[in-house]
Each structure stands twice: as C-alpha cells, then as structure tokens.
Design a protein around this ligand. Structure first.
Ligand code: GUN
Length: 293
C-alpha cells in the first residue's frame, strides 16, 4: 500500500511554479496575480481562502483578498465581480463558495469572465472541459488528475467509480476520467444518493473517488483488494482529545480501507493540498494566457 502524499506533491509543484515566476520576474514580466472574494464568516471557507493566499505568497504570486460581510447584497457582489473582470492587474479570481442564502451562486458564477475563472466553474469552462477543448479545469478534479499522473497510476481501461455528483468534483472528474486523454480512458460509473446497492458498485472499482462529504462513509468491505482510493472528503468530527475540539477525516474509513488499497490519499495531507496547488497552476496559465490566447 502506497500513501499518495499530497503534501509532498504539492510542494514539488509549488517549487516548479515558483521557478517559473522567478523566470518571469527576471525577464521583467508581470507577476501572476490571484484575487479571492470571501463573503461571511464560514470557518472552513476562511481556512481555505487563507491557505490560498498563503500559497500565493509561497510561489511569489501577487494576491488580493476581498473580504465582505455576509450581509452584502447580490448586486454589490456582482459589482465586485465586474471590477475584478475589468481590472487588468488581476489575472484570475475566485469567489469562495458557499455564499449566503440570499445570493444566487449561479448568477455570480455566470458573471465571472471565463478568461479569469481559475476555479473553472463558469459553464463556458465546464463545457470546454467536457468537449476536450483548452479550459480551466476546476481545482479539485485537476489535483486528482495530477496525483494519478505523477504517481504513474494507470487509468487506461480501468473501472473508475465516483461517489457523489457535485458540480465541483463528482461530475467533472467523471467526465475527465472517461475522456480520451493521457490520464483518462476509464470506464466510469457515477454514483449518488439514489444509487441502488452502492457497496456493490464501489466493489467493482479499480479506482474509487469518494466525494460526498459524509465522514468515513466508505467501509472496508465496500472495496476490492488493490483498489486505488482518492478521498476528496474533508469533514470535521468532534474530538475532545484534540486542542481544537475537532479533527479532520475523509469520506473513506481510512483504517478499514487502507490495508486493502494499492494507493490511497490520506485526510488531511491528500487531495485538499493539491486543490490549492491546482488553483495556482490555473492562475499561472491565466497569466500566461495559455487557455485563452
Ligand atoms: N468551496 C469549496 N471548494 C471550493 C473551491 O474550490 N472554490 C471555491 N470558489 N469555493 C469552494
């Protein structure tokens, strides 16, 4: 069993990005600039955005954090999006989700200029991704592809079972892995809350991707020997023994599943760190105008 070390892999990729940034700087070019919009006080969102801003500093990017109270109106938020769309100094930006209930997330996503949509959430990027055209691929699926590629895990002809059909992870990764591509050519089963006999489906997986947001949901007897497990879940569970009062666990019961796996991602230290790194990769692509020349 090999643990896919998201921390080490993300450090390697960040070093590669930092070297490119240093070269751009040395040549007198413009330093890539990522902006993040954070609305409200959701602790997980604050932690994610904090990590994104810190990672920008690590690789030498410029970063801007736009922080607003949860009471912001939809119109005000749309104005901020428009300003970022127009600002030539900003190469890419994200609006951290979820947004407060009175704001229509789809409206906000649609307002983002696809050329600056480094989250890959805009339907133009999603559609381009689905058709195999150059696009910003959303950070978590992109991070998963990087993990499979850099650990040389074969995907060709494998049966991949994805648990969870979210717009951000389950649906895009199922499309990406089924596509004719270097990391792809899987036969994909996309499962969800209405799937009948889920353990029977997951037991057929050569590659299992768990992205449902339920702590330790996938059990040991749900997988076959030798499975490759990508655990996307980051769930807080109460833990009085911890200083913070909680600890992080994935969507997979690691203790039960790891002994049967050929490869597995841990939580924390797995997919989560790769997600932030993928966002940096997309921002570099935006700055270099690789997707939209
Ligand atoms: N909320 C949870 N994951 C993400 C993400 O990747 N991007 C944004 N903008 N919001 C999120």
């Amino acid at each position: 069993m090999t643990i896919i070390d998201g921390k080490q892999l993300s450090e390697t990729i960040k070093l590669e990005i930092a070297q490119e940034v240093a070269a751009i700087k040395a040549a007198g070019g413009k330093i890539p600039h990522l902006a993040a919009v954070l609305v409200g006080e959701n602790p997980a969102s604050q932690a994610y955005v904090g990590s994104k801003v810190r990672s920008c500093e690590q690789v030498g990017f410029q970063s801007t954090l736009v922080k607003r109270d949860a009471s912001i109106s939809e119109q005000e938020l749309l104005s901020i999006v428009d300003e970022l769309n127009q600002d030539p100094s900003v190469d890419g930006f994200i609006v951290q989700l979820p947004l407060p209930g009175h704001i229509d997330e789809n409206k906000v996503i649609l307002a983002i200029d696809p050329r600056k949509d480094v989250d890959g959430f805009h339907p133009v990027n999603f559609g381009r991704m689905a058709q195999g055209m150059p696009s910003f691929v959303s950070a978590t699926p992109y991070g998963i592809l990087q993990m499979l590629e850099r650990y040389n895990i074969p995907t060709d002809g494998k049966h991949c079972v994805v648990v969870g059909r979210s717009n951000i992870v389950g649906t895009p990764i199922s499309i990406l892995l089924s596509r004719k591509a270097k990391v792809g050519n899987c036969t994909v089963t996309l499962t969800h809350s209405r799937t009948k006999d889920l353990p029977a489906e997951t037991r057929r997986a050569d590659i299992l991707i768990a992205a449902i947001g339920i702590p330790e949901f996938v059990k040991g007897d749900w997988v076959k020997e030798g499975v490759v497990v990508i655990d996307v879940g980051i769930n807080r569970i109460e833990d009085p023994a911890s200083k913070k009062g909680y600890r992080l666990v994935g969507d997979v019961d690691f203790e039960q599943v790891a002994p049967k796996s050929s490869y597995i991602t841990p939580v924390p230290g797995g997919v989560g760190l790769m997600t932030v790194t993928s966002l940096l990769m997309n921002t570099l692509k935006a700055a270099k105008k690789e997707i939209y020349p």
